[in-house]
Design a protein around this ligand. Structure first.
Ligand code: XCC
Length: 510
């Protein structure tokens, strides 16, 4: 296996796997079912194989987001709230999901449903690919409420809502002359504890920086600079100036362990489900653990700093500035005004740019979003928000940074409120979610969630559904019939823009 950086390891891709046509669900196989007329050893059709793979993707994504919220509940020693979806979702959607069997049988036992999604895709279980696809949408609903909404709500309650500020981003936020501690992953429990500790006096020598979604949340809540998104995470260590990298869960590339061996950097893990060889491990179960670990990690980082040879950058990386810290309640316009502007066509609609930055995608999406921002407003989260910031687009006027990926709940909430005020259903409003460069299963689950709300969802990468017309048609007709939404692939930014210019976003305001 090649070492080196992500771009050097990308190598050739398995196009059969990419199209979802490889079934690894039993030991009669793995079977590749390349032609639509072919079957797997068990007799599974190509449609079934692709649908099961898609469901496993969506279920894993939902498991990650629901796991995030569950870790918060566990930390707070709380149970999942009763009737949560009912209390958060628009009534008409709740009723529809209920009628279609997209809600958990017992609401607080949503993890059972994720487990059932794995169950029904095992050898010789569900053979009806259309029913399997319906489960993908179910995973979207669970992901949205028991993942995105619940995690965002609990974190806002415990750690406070973000506030609007000018934030700093990119590798240039690392300060070689200081003790640099990077916080990477998605959850906020430890990140908040060390932020509180560093804010106490006598810690001026410490420079905290964020990576990926843990970083995006810290940036939004506290203005802690965000050093990197997913594709730049290795570069954080490769500056040679980061003393400790603390990680929680998700999007933490295993390559970081190899890389840390080449530098003085120590990796620290804080969650039982995310262990890394040779890392220090401080499992955080409660506030006391978090505070003790924070103090210990600061001490360790200071010792490592003393032994660090490099006290300046080899080449000074750039630093960017961006307006950050928006949420559903602090946008610079009232929801009512926004709904009016949309109705009067002064704003043609809202486009949410979400998800990862996938280095396999070479197209220039930024230029197209910039062009569209003359007529549309943009919300953004996660690694794409970082990318938009790198290009100087996060101005707090047309582009609004809404935080981490679980904070896509904030975008869903704005969609819900704008349509409620406009007295329409969500699918009647000109909203679009665009995920141009997905990497993780979570991005797919988020897409399913927005589609279940009635929002059209665009993916700019050719994955799973692309090679199978029956699957694509079946999802399309289910979504169209029940939610009047669609999930579509468009890999070319120019065509994406032409399509929007020609067709506009789904709306009754034509
Ligand atoms: Fe994707 Fe979420 Fe991960 Fe970045 S960090 S790679 S999921 S955009 Ni959230």
């Amino acid at each position: 296996m090649k070492r080196g950086f992500l771009s050097q390891r990308l190598g050739n891709q398995c196009f059969i796997g990419l199209q979802g046509k490889c079934c690894k669900n039993c030991l009669l196989g793995p079977c590749i079912v390349v032609k639509n007329s072919e079957k797997g050893a068990c007799g599974a059709s190509q449609d079934l194989v692709v649908a099961r793979n898609l469901l496993r993707f969506a279920a894993a994504g939902a498991a990650a987001h629901c796991g995030h919220a569950f870790h918060m509940l566990d930390y707070l020693k709380k149970e999942c709230p009763e009737d949560y979806i009912k209390r958060r979702a628009p009534v008409y959607l709740y009723e529809k999901w209920k009628k279609l069997g997209l809600l958990p049988k017992k609401e607080t036992e949503y993890f059972k449903e994720i487990s059932e999604a794995l169950h029904l895709t095992t050898f010789g279980c569900n053979a009806d690919y259309e029913d399997v696809l319906r489960w993908c949408i179910k995973m979207g609903v669970l992901d949205g409420y028991y993942g995105l909404y619940l995690a965002t709500e609990l974190e806002d309650k415990i750690f406070g809502k973000p506030s609007v500020r000018i934030g700093e981003l990119n590798l240039g936020v690392i300060k070689p002359e200081k003790v640099n501690i990077a916080l990477h992953g998605h959850e906020q429990i430890f990140a908040e504890a060390i932020t509180r500790e560093v804010k106490r006096k006598d810690n001026e020598d410490i420079n905290l920086i964020g990576v990926c979604c843990t970083g995006a949340s810290l940036l939004a809540r506290h203005g802690i600079p965000l050093a990197a998104n997913v594709v730049l995470q290795e570069q954080v260590i490769a500056t040679g100036c980061v003393d400790v990298l603390v990680v929680d869960v998700q999007c933490i590339m295993p390559s970081l362990a190899d890389l840390a061996e080449c530098y003085h950097t120590k990796i620290v893990t804080t969650n039982e489900i995310c262990r890394i060889p040779n890392a220090l491990h401080f499992p955080i179960k409660n506030k006391r653990d978090a505070e003790q670990a924070a103090r210990q990690i600061i001490r360790t980082a200071r010792i490592l700093f003393k032994h660090r040879k490099r006290k300046e950058f080899v080449t000074k990386p750039e630093k960017k500035r961006a307006v950050v810290g928006f949420h559903e309640k602090n946008l610079p316009f009232e929801i009512k005004k926004l709904a009016e502007k949309i109705k009067e066509r002064k704003i043609k609609g809202i486009i949410a740019v979400i998800g990862c930055e996938n280095p396999r995608v070479k197209e220039d999406w930024i230029r197209v979003y910039k062009e569209l921002s003359k007529e549309y407003i943009f919300f953004t989260t996660g690694c794409m928000a970082f990318k938009l910031a790198q290009f100087g687009l996060l101005d707090g006027k047309r582009f609004f940074h809404m935080g981490s990926c679980v904070n896509n709940a904030r975008i869903a909430e704005v969609f819900k409120e704008v349509s409620r005020v406009a007295k329409h259903e969500i699918h009647e409003m000109p909203f679009l979610v665009s995920c141009p460069m997905p990497i993780t299963e979570k991005a797919i689950a988020i897409g399913m969630f927005f589609a279940s709300l009635g929002v059209d969802v665009h993916f700019g990468y050719n994955f799973l559904v692309s090679g199978d017309l029956n699957i694509a048609n079946s999802i399309a007709s289910f979504l169209k019939k029940e939610f009047k939404s669609k999930v579509f692939l468009e890999m070319l930014p120019r065509r994406f823009m032409e399509r929007i210019e020609k067709e506009g976003l789904a709306t009754i305001y034509k």
